[in-house]
Every structure is written in C-alpha cells, then in structure tokens.
Design a binder for this molecule. Structure first.
Ligand code: SFD
Ligand code: AMP
Length: 653
C-alpha cells in the first residue's frame, strides 16, 4: 500500500474548519494573536474561498439586530425554539452581530440599499445582499488577517481532520488533531496546539435525503458537512446538548431553494393544493396552533409549527402538494404601481429579484425552474418539508455545551453556564462556534462569524493564561495513523474482480465484494436506519421508543462493521471518515430523541408515544449527553434552562 509521510505542525490556536465561524475566528484570532505573540493555524477540508454552507453564496444576511435590542432578538429566538435556548449565548451574539455585518460591508460585501441609503430588510432581522461572492469576500478578509501574523499565521486547505488528540497527562484537555491531506503529496497531518476551535459546520446526509438517482447529493445544506464538529467533540469527551433538535427546512421542492425571501420580502402566501392558507387557518381561534400553547399563539409562528401545519395538510388531510403562491405575490406588489407602464417595469424588477434570490445562493433551484419551464410570475411552485439537518446555527439547536460570557450571568446561571472562557466546551482548551455550539440558535451566517470571533478572543486569552503546551503521545499517534488508513489497506488486500478467476476476487464489480463494503453503501445504511426508525421523511417524521431502540440496535451493527469499510483511494478514505462522523452524530441523535419523552418540536419530529408538549417535565430542561470513547458508554444528562433575562413581547416578522 502507498506510504503516507507524516507532517507535524505546532501552533497555539488551531482553527478546524474554514466556514463562516472559522473566518470570524481567523479575523479575531489574528488581531489578538498578533498582540500576544500567538500562532494561528486554520485547517479546512476544502478550498477556503468557497468552502462551507456559503459556498454558493447567500441572498440575505439573516441576523442583523440594527435598531432592535438584543433582548428583542432573544425573545424571538426563544419562542421560535419552543422555549428552549441558552439566553446568555443568544444575547451575546445579538449584541455583537451588527458590528460584524458592518465589517462585512467594509470587506466589500454589497448590501442592498434603498433610495435613502438605508439597508433593505427582507424581514425584521434579515438584510438583502448581492451575496454570490459572500464566502470569497470573507475568506479574503480572513487571509489578509492571517497574513499579518507572518510566519505565525497559516492556512492549510484540503486536509480533512479525522480526530482530535488529547493531552498525554490530562484526558480532558485537547492537545491537537490529525488529518488526511486529500491532495498531493497526501501527507498525514499531526497538529499540536494549545487550543482548538472546532468549527466544521453541521451534519448532512445522516438522514435519507429526498433526492435520488441523478439528483442524489443535492441537499439544502452542503453535503460536505458530515457531522465532524459534533463527532470530533463528542469523541473527545465533550458534553453535547440538544442533539435531538434537528431542523427540517421547508424548501422549494427538489432544488431546495430557501423560502425566506418569498415569505418575508415578497410576503407570499403558501397554500394547500386546494388553496387553503394553512398558516392563517392554524392561527385562527380554535385552529391547530392552540394545541401548542403558549408557543402556538405567538407571531411569527415558530418554524417547527409552520412545518407542523404543512405536514398536517399533506399527511392528515391529503391536501398536498403545498404551493408557494409566487405569481399572486408578484402581482400584488406590482399592482401598487401608479400606472400600467410602471407596473410592467415593476413586474420585470420582481421577476429578476425572484431569480436572483436563487442564483445568489441555490443555483440548482434556478436551473430546475428553467428546466421545468417555471415562470414564478405566472404560476405557483411546490414547497415541501425536507429531510432533517443538524444545524445549530439556523432553526435547530444541536451542538456542544459551551461556557457563556461571564457578564451576562445571574447568580443562578453563573455556576452552570460559565467556566472561565466564552464558548469553551467542557473539554479544556476546546472551543466551538457556528453550527457547533448548541442552544444558541438563529445565528445564521453573520451570527456564526460573530460567534467565531467571540470564541477566538477567548481562545487567545486561554493561550496567554495557560502558556504550557500540552503533550501529544506520539506512540498513540502512530497507532491512530495506522487506523486512519486501514480502509485503504483492506481494499488493497481484497481488491480485484473477476467472474472467472477466483484469485482475483469474487464478482465483476469493485463495489461488490464479500470482504468489504464501500463508504457510500455504508452511508446508505445509516440513512435508511435513520429514515425508517428515527423519524425521517420516509416515516412522516414520526418515531417512538420502540422504533428508536430498533435504530440503536441497527446503528450498533454499523459500528461493528466499521472495520469492514474499504477505500479505493484517498477520496474514498475521506468518505469513510465522513461516515464515521455521521455515525456518531446519528447515535447521539437517537439517544437524545429517546431521552426526551415529549413532542416539543412538532414539524421537526413526533414522538408517537408522547405526542404532546410536556411543559412541567421537559419545558425547562435541556438534554445533554457524553460519550466515553474507551468504553462506548453513553451518559444522558438533564441541565436546567435558567431564566436570566426578562423577555419582551415579540411582534412582527
Ligand atoms: O435562508 C472541515 N444559511 C444562511 N444564513 C444567512 O445568514 N442567510 C441566508 O440566506 C441563509 N440561508 C442559507 C444558509 C445556508 C445554505 C447552505 C443555504 C441557504 C442554501 C446558513 C449559514 O450559511 C450557516 O448558518 C453558516 O454558514 C454556518 O457556519 P459554520 O462555520 O458553522 O459552517 P460552514 O460555513 O458550513 O463551515 C464549515 C467548514 O468546515 C469545513 N469542514 N474542515 C476540516 N476537517 C473536517 N473534518 C471538516 N468538516 C467540515 C468545511 O469545509 C467548511 O469550511 S437560508 O436558507 O437559511
Ligand atoms: P429560510 O429561507 O427559510 O431559511 O428563512 C430565512 C429567514 O426568514 C430565517 O430567519 C427564517 O426564520 C425567516 N422566515 C422564513 N419564513 C418565515 C415565515 N413564514 N415567517 C417568519 N419568518 C420566516
């Protein structure tokens, strides 16, 4: 088998990931690192310029507080998540996020302005942008910042981090990471660091996607986010939180085009196939939302409840598909023009905006519209609830249980929510941000960048106050290296295919061999289990203790079969490791779903055996978990949802 050289990098701060959170971390770490003589290294599995969820660009910045107070934002977030969020974390981002957005504008991001020069809002918190090059612009800013460090700053691309290294003398302190180089010369990387900021985004393709065949791989969130953040941290022994709170985005069917601009900017209505405005119906006196009080009575209707109303219409009433009434919305806005000529001009403008919304962030939806001859100004378009995603930065809440800022705690929360360094996990020296931090939802791109900045500032403080380098056990690293490439060895030892010569193998296809399975097949296994037993779209988002226990049994067999997965080349080796990360993310998710005996987020998932909100038992608790990598044991933990801040009443979208 091919030999892989080992390359060692020693740094103070290791930023793992190169997305929104990581660019924020890089900018801030470079600033404070320069003042304090700290080295900063960024490692990204992809090309920094276009990596992460924002690769295709975005058409809006979804978190901008502007003239609203941070408490307004917190109130909105808490009610959207059916009462569950860490108030200190959400407030912390809300008070800093507008500053980050102003930085983006300074970096060159075009934000829409009206005739008076004010930002054009999509909704109360969202700003419209020309965001095709959003990620490129932030990557450039991060590169410039890292460059100011000279030899003390480095960005390494195309290296996939497979696992973290712990201190030889302290099992609960991070000491580094290892990763595989997926470009020549294919080195095995060993990073040694004082702190790691783990910011590898959320998890996609843990559940079976709706897309199949030639569309397979298309998802709303990027398929190259494979649960690395949660798996790396959980494996390192970190306490994780809210792994049950996935996000089901309602999206334009098949292309996964986002709906925000249609609902908020164009104020379009979504209806059932027979034309019922199911959201209005649900909100009315005696409507379905009254079964979910107090959250069913608020506006905007929480994201999961909007889904719930849609799912009821499709699955219970058979009144699907759901239609976004794009033509009505465009006609309504254009009709406000003073005369026919102005109306025609306005129509053209709106049509262009409708296409640009997708061309800026979900090009595949524009391609699908074009290929299906869809004219948004003439006809409605189907929207549908998609498969579940793990994304702590949007309307989900999964991620690491992290320390919050000291100044926002009260007497009750200080001992529970603060342990020295903002956004540090329960593992010493291991920080996170963006999709990786649990219970600080609705941060989106701008809030993830902001949280990256917050984490990096605290990480540099940690380095200054803890100057000693942890020790990496190089014997253990040798063992890890062998294990890392084992799937390639398995392939080399068993490769060959011939129907006539048995020595050369057993079948005519490289993919089918009794001695191994390939990583893609292994991923399908996980997806099928999750879809059918853990409340994916194929089971109409419904599970019970019985189905979840079946899922756990089947996932256990997947774990047993991990050493039967083979990799034909370095790219498949990365696919193997992506699935190792997906598997741990899946296991954690099922355990969390099993532990919380209620249905708190209808529209995300239903516990058929506990079909209601159980406010007394579960309304004020978070579900956390820890995994012991050596024994494979899980510990489930309840943590209090402590009120720190008095919330305001939220009105308006
Ligand atoms: O409306 C490893 N998002 C939106 N946010 C907005 O502000 N406005 C919008 O309009 C948004 N919309 C939207 C959004 C996302 C997508 C895909 C679409 C539309 C189609 C959400 C934001 O993008 C999201 O909140 C942030 O990007 C989250 O930031 P972060 O940093 O947590 O994740 P990332 O940016 O994906 O970066 C992850 C990085 O990790 C790397 N990576 N590196 C090394 N080793 C490993 N093992 C790794 N695994 C992953 C990746 O390469 C990447 O660099 S709307 O629809 O919601
Ligand atoms: P999306 O395109 O669904 O990711 O949404 C973009 C932003 O708009 C997010 O902040 C959503 O929470 C918000 N949003 C989307 N649809 C609605 C709606 N119907 N009512 C209120 N807010 C919404």
């Amino acid at each position: 088998m091919q030999e892989f050289a080992t390359k060692e990098i020693t740094t103070d701060v290791l930023i793992i990931g190169g997305g929104m959170a990581a660019t924020g971390s890089a900018v801030e770490a470079a600033y404070w690192g320069k003042q304090n003589g700290q080295k900063v290294t960024v490692v990204d599995k992809a090309a920094f310029d276009r990596s992460g969820a924002v690769a295709m660009g975005l058409s809006a910045i979804n978190q901008y507080t502007g003239e609203n107070s941070p408490i307004d934002y917190l109130s909105y977030v808490q009610q959207d998540l059916m009462g569950l969020c860490r108030q200190d974390l959400v407030m912390d981002i809300a008070r800093h996020v507008s500053g980050s957005v102003h930085m983006f504008e300074g970096f060159g991001l075009p934000i829409w302005k009206d005739a008076e020069g004010n930002y054009v809002h999509e909704g109360r918190w969202q700003l419209m942008i020309n965001g095709e090059s959003y990620k490129l612009i932030l990557a450039e800013a991060a590169k410039n910042a890292i460059a100011t460090l000279g030899d003390d700053g480095e960005i390494i691309e195309r290296v996939f981090v497979t696992e973290l290294l712990m201190d030889k003398n302290d099992k609960n302190r991070v000491a580094g990471a290892v990763g595989i180089d997926i470009r020549e010369p294919y080195d095995f990387y060993v990073f040694k660091c004082k702190v790691a900021i783990v910011a590898c985004g959320g998890a996609v393709h843990v559940f079976r996607p709706r897309s199949t065949g030639e569309g397979l791989g298309r998802a709303w969130y990027p398929p190259w986010q494979s649960g690395s953040t949660s798996a790396l941290m959980q494996k390192a022994g970190a306490e994780m939180t809210s792994q049950e709170v996935i996000f089901i985005p309602a999206r334009f069917k098949d292309g996964y085009g986002p709906v925000g601009a249609w609902f908020l900017l164009f104020k379009a209505a979504a209806t059932t196939a027979s034309g019922v405005n199911y959201m209005e119906e649900g909100f009315k006196e005696g409507g379905e939302l009254h079964n979910w009080l107090p959250y069913g009575a608020v506006k905007p209707i929480p994201t999961c409840l909007r889904n719930h109303l849609m799912m009821k219409a499709i699955y219970e009433k058979g009144d699907g598909p759901i239609l976004m009434q794009t033509a009505d919305a465009i006609e309504r806005i254009a009709s406000e023009a003073p005369d026919e000529k102005a109306k025609k001009k306005k129509m053209k403008e709106l049509e262009a905006e409708a296409w640009e919304d997708f061309l800026d962030m979900t090009i595949s939806q524009a391609i699908l519209w074009a290929s299906k001859n869809v004219y948004p100004e003439k006809q409605p378009s189907e929207i549908a609830p998609s498969e579940p995603y793990f994304i702590g930065s949007h309307s989900g809440a999964s991620g690491a249980w992290c320390s919050g800022p000291e100044d926002l705690q009260n007497d009750a929360s200080k001992s529970e929510y603060f342990w020295g360094y903002n956004r540090m996990s329960t593992v010493t020296g291991m920080f996170s941000a963006g999709d990786g931090v649990g219970l600080s939802s609705h941060k989106f791109s701008s809030g993830s960048f902001t949280e990256g900045r917050i984490a990096a500032k605290a990480a540099i403080k940690f380095c200054v106050e803890n100057a000693d380098m942890p020790e990496v056990d190089m014997d253990k690293v040798s063992y890890i290296k062998e294990k890392t490439y084992a799937p390639m060895k398995l392939y080399e030892d068993n490769k060959g295919y011939s129907v006539v010569d048995e020595k050369k193998g057993y079948t005519y296809s490289e993919e089918i061999n009794p001695n191994y399975i390939d990583p893609k097949m292994f991923m399908f296994r996980i997806q099928k289990i999750m879809d059918e037993y853990a409340a994916g779209w194929g089971s109409q988002y419904t599970c019970s203790a019985i189905t979840l226990n079946i899922a756990l049994d089947l996932l256990k067999y997947c774990r047993e079969d991990l050493d039967k997965v083979a990799a034909r080349d370095i790219h498949e080796l990365m696919r193997y490791w992506e699935n190792v990360h997906r598997l741990l993310t899946a296991e954690a998710h099922v355990r969390h779903k099993l532990f919380r005996e209620e249905t708190r987020w209808p529209g995300y998932y239903y516990r058929a055996d506990f079909p209601k909100l159980e406010e007394d038992a579960w309304g004020k608790v978070f579900v956390n978990s820890k995994w012991d990598d050596e024994t494979g044991e899980w510990e489930m933990i309840k943590r209090d949802n402590i009120d720190i801040i008095k919330l305001g009443e939220v009105v308006g979208q």
